[in-house]
Ligand binder design. Structure first.
Ligand SMILES: [Mg+2]
Length: 349
């Protein structure tokens, strides 16, 4: 068994601005796991919230974990062990994804088939970060030219207040009229309870499909003021990391957004899906700043998920990995054994 690490700079086409700040180019950690002649690929994006802020920190944590031995390859056991050891999910995810890729390659099956999930068929959102209203039209033109995208996720919760949100959103509607796109909104916790009540109604009147994380993480008890008369379905993202979090606010939400980088990988994401079904909640799968390796891994799950937001690799220039493409609006992994994502040879350390 051999594990190798690869540190790669992800260069963005457009920096992503959300309510909490901007994210430009960043380094991700790639991991290859080789055993019995098969190589599994994984990826991890550093995260402040995930308590692994640099590639070096993530690699240290993974080395500590690997020293304990992973010969059994039992992903459920290893996931629990990593949690108990305090390994950041943002770091552990690289190993979890690589192990699942390896298992599927060894079984000679695409990962979705190994997981007994349908191939992805629901179109993904493309994400538009917070930008000045007068730049919206040109940005949307650049994002949508030569693209088969069918849905947009608009980031609101501007630090300049809901008037700025409304100005930006009005321009989005004007600029997308001819494209017939579904439009979703993610406030990334940027609103007060009062602003959220007002904005959710305002956005519902303008044809938005659902709203994600209206209130800041930590303010979940306020959801009881939003939920009863909500004009739009409400999803949580930042407020829900692990399967154990799903039930906490289940009475006051319509669904949860899971991310491999947030929960620690496919093993935990499968538990989140089960938990969401138990509480009759809808599911969404999103991403951080990721290449085609971890997007392909997430896409392998996405045939069993209600809303898809797997688009970060389309904003890379260049994507250092291959294995997943936008086909008729759907983020679709290559139909090969494994998850399909591979780091291009020129980026191998
Ligand atoms: Mg979100």
């Amino acid at each position: 068994m051999r594990v190798k690490f690869h540190k790669v700079l992800l260069k963005k086409r457009f920096p992503l601005v959300i309510s909490r700040g901007a994210r430009g180019d960043s380094y991700n950690l790639f991991l290859s796991y080789e055993k019995d002649g098969f190589v599994g690929w994984g990826e991890a994006a550093p995260s402040k919230n995930g308590k692994a802020e640099t590639v070096e920190e993530m690699q240290d944590q993974l080395n500590t974990f690997l020293k304990q031995g992973i010969e059994s390859c039992n992903t459920e056991f290893l996931n629990q062990k990593a949690r108990k050891m305090g390994i950041s999910p943002s770091a552990y995810v690289a190993l979890d994804i690589a192990l699942w890729d390896w298992k599927a390659k060894k079984a000679q099956l695409p990962l979705n088939q190994l997981l007994q999930l349908p191939r992805p068929f629901i179109p993904t959102s493309l994400t538009l970060g917070i930008i000045p209203a007068d730049q919206v039209k040109e940005r949307i033109r650049l994002m949508l030219e030569n693209s088969s995208a069918k849905a947009l996720k608009i980031k609101l919760g501007s630090q300049q207040g809901i008037e700025a949100d409304q100005q930006m959103f009005a321009k989005v509607l004007e600029s997308t009229e001819k494209f017939q796109l579904k439009i979703r909104v993610d406030a990334n916790g940027g609103w007060s309870t009062q602003d959220a009540i007002y904005m959710i109604k305002w956005l519902a009147d303008r044809g938005v499909e659902y709203i994600e994380q209206p209130l800041e993480q930590g303010q979940e008890s306020e959801l009881r003021y939003l939920y009863p008369k909500r004009p739009l379905p409400i999803y949580l993202d930042e407020s829900c990391r692990y399967a154990d979090d799903v039930g906490k606010w289940a009475d006051h939400i319509d669904g949860v957004n899971m991310k491999l980088m947030k929960c620690g990988g496919i093993t935990e994401a499968l538990l989140i899906i089960q938990k969401a079904q138990k509480y009759k909640l809808k599911t969404m799968i999103g991403c951080m700043s990721e290449s085609s390796v971890s997007i392909a891994a997430a896409a392998a799950l996405s045939g069993g998920i209600d809303h898809i937001d797997l688009d970060s690799h389309y904003n890379l220039l260049p994507d250092p990995a291959t294995g997943v493409q936008l086909i008729d609006g759907v983020t679709l992994p290559d139909f090969v054994p494994g998850h399909g994502g591979i780091l291009k040879p020129q980026y191998h350390a």
